[in-house]
Design a protein around this ligand. Sequence first.
Ligand code: COA
Length: 285
Amino acid sequence: MTEKTEYKHADNLPGGDNVIVDFEDGIAWVRFNRPEKRNAMSVGLAEEMNEIFDALEVDDRCGVIVLTGIGDAWSAGMDLKDFFRATDGLSDVHRHRAYRSTRAWQWRTLMHYAKPTIAMVNGWCFGGAFTPLICCDLAVTDEKAVFGLSEINWGVIPGGVVSKAISTLMGDREAMYYVMTGEKFTGARAKELGLVNEAVPAEQLVERTRELAKILLEKNPTVLRQARMAYKFARYMDWEQAAEYLTAKMDQLAFVDPEKGKQEGLKQFLDEKSFRPGHGNYTRE
Ligand code: COA
């Protein structure tokens, strides 16, 4: 258990050193915990994240994840010493394992995670940190947080999978501009660039993120999961494939949803006339 922070790591969960998790009414606050290194991501941090995400997926205390940082950084990107320099000296096999560990949580897991995820960017966000930022479902930032694709300024390219990740959210002109100049930008600009949903004043960041998490917690979790997956896969299909896939997905949802949300929603709208989708949510048991 770390001595570095006021946050207490939850019981019966892996991690607690480079990453601290605490629960609050269905929200799992997953906090990068290397404030003295501006939450730079080391191999050790990746290993903890993998174990934590694996555990949270089946932990009933967690309905939604908020990924944030302790201290004044969200994350200063890959740890230049404990990831880059350290892995440069490894054998090919061990380097492969370190990279696999990082890729696992930063995008493979986050992109298709069973529960919704929100990045809450509380400060510095550089380089490799763009990958988990982009792979969270939603993102809220402090409007004054500082973002940067700084790689060009110290002799590398936006690697890992950063160049690919930014191309999914940023326009080509803007992405190329920041890749080529390494210029920093604020949270307010990150909102304009489509990297985050909202940029808010620092003092509203936690409350706004909590509000958003609560909205997600009120939804039928099975429908929410299927809607997230449907969007993420459909966007890479052509229209014909997407139409077929989404129709099949809708049928699958009716089959796997224990709440039978569709029947309930139709009943409340058509028979009982107790709700209008345009005015609110159907009433869940
Ligand atoms: N990798 C390894 N260590 C890092 C790091 C990173 N990406 N970012 C910060 N640190 C370390 C610093 O080396 C320093 O360690 P030390 O106390 O042992 O010297 C400590 O974190 C504090 O950093 P410092 O630079 O003193 O903090 P700051 O508040 O003045 O500046 C940043 C914060 C984020 C602007 C600055 O640390 C920085 O530019 N980091 C690198 C960002 C980057 O380019 N990341 C891309 C990596 S892919």
